[in-house]
Every structure is written in structure tokens, then in C-alpha cells.
Ligand binder design. Structure first.
Ligand code: IPE
Ligand code: IPE
Ligand code: MG
Length: 245
């Protein structure tokens, strides 16, 4: 698969909705947490695969603001897994020159998870390769709301003028505080929805859906998605002939 990738057209920001862990476990007659535990290999392969082909930024949707509504036993299990995984995966990040950058309202995560994240940020802070943004307690609407609040504050404090606020400006504002536009969005498990992920940043993303459940996702599945992306024509509202000229 990897040989078929055109190295001059690599999506610079790939975002993944890692879905299907619960169903993967259920198929095996196991508890949902078994699926989450078996998802780590898919995370590692995706991170390494992206770094290998030269993706600039990978954003992984690990826990949404809505996921707090799951049964307590699952939420607790996910948080524990988060705590143990971040620390364990730091050597992989170092080996691949990857910088960790969380996304979302981290302040509401368990203290130990916050500490480990902080440790990961510090350890990987000088790496200059790919940026790995881990979306935790994140939702697109929450993020837009936060940006609007900040914008209103800056207007009130006269740090910017009302006339400065337009589409491009809002986009810059959101990216500066969070992540830039997404080029390729992958969702596993056969669900065709966005589930409150990077709403603003996905305006012109190419969407790729696969039936594979997340714990089964491997490097080759990622490469397949990238090849699919490379075979699309991104017109941004124009017509085909305008692009070739
Ligand atoms: C994705 O898998 C992981 C998280 C949302 C944390 P799910 O847990 O949503 O698995 P399904 O969709 O129920 O199979
Ligand atoms: C989206 O998956 C959130 C994450 C992958 C972290 P969900 O499984 O929570 O989304 P819905 O409920 O199917 O929309
Ligand atoms: Mg799900």
C-alpha cells in the first residue's frame, strides 16, 4: 500500500474518529473496556503511519464531552486507560519525533491524567516532527463557544475592532487557539456522522468512512484512506477545468 502513496500530496492534517471499540468487544463476548484496551495498537499504528508518510498533524478523537454520559464504569475505565497509556507511549513519540498537544477542556480530567498529559507535553515539547493532538473532553461546539467568548472579550478590551471580525478572521482565531483546517477525516466502524468533532475545521475536509472497527485498524488501512484522498478532486466550489489551468 505504502508504495502507492504520492509523496507530493500528503494530507497535512488528518483527523480520526476512532469508533467501534464497544462493538469489537461485544463480538467477542467481552466487556466494552476490553475493546478500549485493544484499541491502543490501532492508535500506535496510525500515529507511526502518519509520521512515516509525512503528515504534519494528526488529531485523534479520544473522548468527547458527550462521552461523560456513558455508564460510570466505562468512563472510569477509559480515564484509567488514558492515564496509563500516555506515559507508556512517550518513548514511541520520542522515537518518531512527535510533539504531543492535547485539545479540549483538560481541566476536567482526573488529576493524574492531567499530570501525565503535562509530563507528555514537556517531554515531547522540543520534537519537531508531526504534532499529535489528542482530543479529550472535546467537542466542536464547545470549542467554537470558547473562541466566541474570547473574541467578545478581546472586542470589549479593544484588542480588536468590530470590523476586523470576518470569516477568515474567525477561522484564524479558532486555529490559533486550537488546530488548523482538516484535510482528511477518517471514521471507523461504519457510522457516517461527525459527532461534534472539529466542526469549523472540517468545512472542506475530505471524509473517509470504513466499516472496520477501530481495534482492527492498521497502517495499511490508513494508507488506503490516504490513497483514496489522493484520488479525489478538491474543487472548493470551483469547476474542474479551473483547477487544471
Ligand atoms: C470509540 O468506540 C471510543 C470512544 C468513544 C471512547 P466506542 O466506545 O464508541 O465503540 P462503539 O461505537 O460503542 O462500538
Ligand atoms: C465519537 O464516538 C467520540 C469518540 C470517538 C471519542 P461516539 O461513539 O461517542 O459517537 P456517537 O455517539 O456514535 O455519535
Ligand atoms: Mg461509538
Amino acid at each position: 500500500m505504502k508504495e502507492k502513496i504520492n509523496s507530493t500530496n500528503i494530507p497535512q492534517h488528518v483527523a480520526v474518529i476512532m469508533d467501534g471499540n464497544g462493538r469489537w468487544a461485544k463480538q467477542r463476548g467481552a466487556a466494552r473496556l476490553f475493546g478500549h484496551k485493544n484499541a491502543i495498537k490501532a492508535v500506535r499504528e496510525t500515529v507511526e503511519g502518519c509520521a512515516e508518510i509525512g503528515v504534519g498533524r494528526l488529531t485523534l478523537y479520544a473522548f468527547s464531552t458527550e462521552n461523560w454520559n456513558r455508564p460510570k464504569i466505562e468512563v472510569d475505565g477509559l480515564m484509567n486507560l488514558l492515564v496509563s497509556t500516555i506515559k507508556k507511549e512517550i518513548p514511541t513519540l520520542m522515537k518518531n519525533n512527535i510533539r504531543l498537544q492535547p485539545l479540549g477542556d483538560i481541566s476536567h480530567l482526573p488529576k493524574e491524567a492531567q499530570e501525565n498529559l503535562q509530563y507528555g507535553i514537556e517531554q515531547t515539547g522540543k520534537n519537531e516532527g508531526m504534532v499529535l493532538s489528542l482530543a479529550l473532553n472535546y467537542s466542536g461546539r464547545w470549542e467554537i463557544g470558547e473562541s466566541v467568548k474570547q473574541l467578545v472579550k478581546d472586542l470589549e478590551e479593544k484588542k480588536l475592532a468590530y470590523d476586523d471580525v470576518n470569516n477568515a478572521f474567525i477561522g484564524d482565531y479558532i486555529s490559533k487557539h486550537t488546530v488548523p483546517d482538516v484535510e482528511l477525516m477518517i471514521r471507523t466502524s461504519g457510522e457516517h456522522r461527525i459527532s461534534n468533532f472539529l466542526l469549523w475545521q472540517m468545512a472542506y475536509a475530505e471524509l473517509y468512512f470504513t466499516d472496520k472497527l477501530w481495534p482492527d485498524f492498521r497502517k495499511n488501512d490508513l494508507f488506503e484512506a490516504v490513497i483514496d484522498f489522493q484520488n479525489r478532486e478538491r474543487r472548493y466550489g470551483k469547476i474542474s477545468e479551473q483547477l487544471t489551468n
